[in-house]
Design a protein around this ligand. Sequence first.
Ligand code: HEC
Ligand code: HEC
Ligand code: HEC
Ligand code: HEC
Length: 370
Amino acid sequence: MKRNLITVAGLSLVCALLAGCERPPVETVQRGYRGTGMELVYNPRTLAEQAPNHQAPAPLDAASPDGPKAGQVYQNVKVLGNLSVGEFNRTMAAMTSWVAPKQGCVHCHNVQNFADDSLYTKVVARRMLQMTQTVNSQWQSHVGKTGVTCYTCHRGEPVPKEVWFQPLQPKGANGFAGDRAGQNAPATSVGLSSLPNDPFTPFLLGAEPIRVAGTEALPAGNRQSIKQAEWTYGLMVHMSNALGVNCTQCHNTRALGSWANSSPPRVTAWHGIRMARELNLEYLVPLTSSFPAYRLGPAGDVAKVNCATCHQGAHKPLYGAEMAKYHPELLVKPAAPAAAASGVAALTADDVKTLQAMPAALTKPTGAPG
Ligand code: HEC
Ligand code: HEC
Ligand code: HEC
Ligand code: HEC
């Protein structure tokens, strides 16, 4: 009897442990030379579950470019003035279906007066138009010809599903309690690991160095600390999760720092890091005061972009569906100066410095060699 109980207890323990594993079969894709262990492991069931989220909606019928321009007909058009009235209305219809299909035009408009800018959503949307144009025209190093539309991030929702806020800094007694840098507080941002749980502030807002590996055989000259490496790993775990890939999508894990051993997506990712940083600094942060308080994070900061905002678990957003090409108005370079033209103040150099001031734990690394 006792023996049976132990067996049952043992079996349930095994089941409990296995519940954390993925049920076979899984699929593997070879990413590098045979024998180098560069393999990507996919779970076909997870992929099937995600598939509907990565379906791109069908494009609207093209509108005629003839007739008077929107800038001549309407009163308060600052970004899309060169479109014909037909094209302009097509863009409004598309934006509605991408961002506010349930709410409709009233999400952004006072329908008594479409020219009125009193709703914050309209002010934000105007800046989002310019942000989308910037991604498509200035960041082809990342988005290629595929490009993005509002749908890439919004997927039919007013607020994109994947955004990030800065965590509240724990109150320490004048630094006496130490700064644990968000470690050992498992967060989904870093795949529930014990890595620093805000890898975004240093790298996707600030421009802290990400590379930590020494370039020489002996540890001479490399002053990076374990703590900095953990921060880098935090970002890497986010990147892998956001794209639904393993480290081997980009790296040969024999030599994580070596570009010669890496695969082409690592270069695309390098540009993506810089792009996300620019979108946050140039577009989202300056919009902070436009948003109502309930849209801000616990530390009072605006929702910001990371890799998951566009990718949402796919190696290419929407599995690489080319939606942007049906919207040439989203492919042009925004007219400069972009911020001023939309009535949103740009950040000053001092603002950027304050924002990029890093958490103390990162700038004063413990255990730094030498
Ligand atoms: C996601 C926000 C958003 C939604 C939803 C939206 N609009 Fe707009 N609308 C804007 C923005 C931003 C502008 C200003 C564009 C510019 O400055 O180039 C604008 C401008 C306009 C104007 C020009 C008004 C003027 O006189 O200056 C009209 C007309 C208009 N929208 C109609 C519509 C209609 C009709 C719908 C619903 C089918 C709609 N919009 C849905 C954001 C939105
Ligand atoms: C790179 C990702 C990205 C793209 C592309 C993008 N947005 Fe956004 N959008 C965001 C983020 C992040 C926010 C901030 C979330 C929040 O509102 O708290 C946001 C917020 C908004 C809001 C305010 C919503 C609210 O209720 O607070 C509107 C309106 C909006 N976007 C419209 C648009 C339109 C229109 C386009 C296309 C022209 C667009 N967005 C393209 C990321 C994106
Ligand atoms: C989508 C591509 C991509 C994925 C996936 C990825 N990395 Fe990276 N990794 C990069 C890029 C790009 C850099 C260089 C960033 C820079 O310098 O701005 C980098 C840098 C690094 C570095 C620093 C190398 C050095 O020179 O010091 C380490 C360590 C690292 N990655 C580990 C990992 C680990 C571990 C994983 C899996 C959890 C991973 N990476 C997943 C793209 C990727
Ligand atoms: C504004 C939306 C957006 C954001 C934010 C974004 N990406 Fe991308 N990414 C794209 C698009 C669109 C493509 C597809 C480009 C193409 O088809 O050539 C892409 C492609 C890639 C690829 C190449 C995939 C392949 O299989 O060739 C990598 C790697 C990648 N992104 C990594 C990242 C990382 C890492 C981040 C965060 C630092 C990031 N992306 C943030 C939109 C985005």
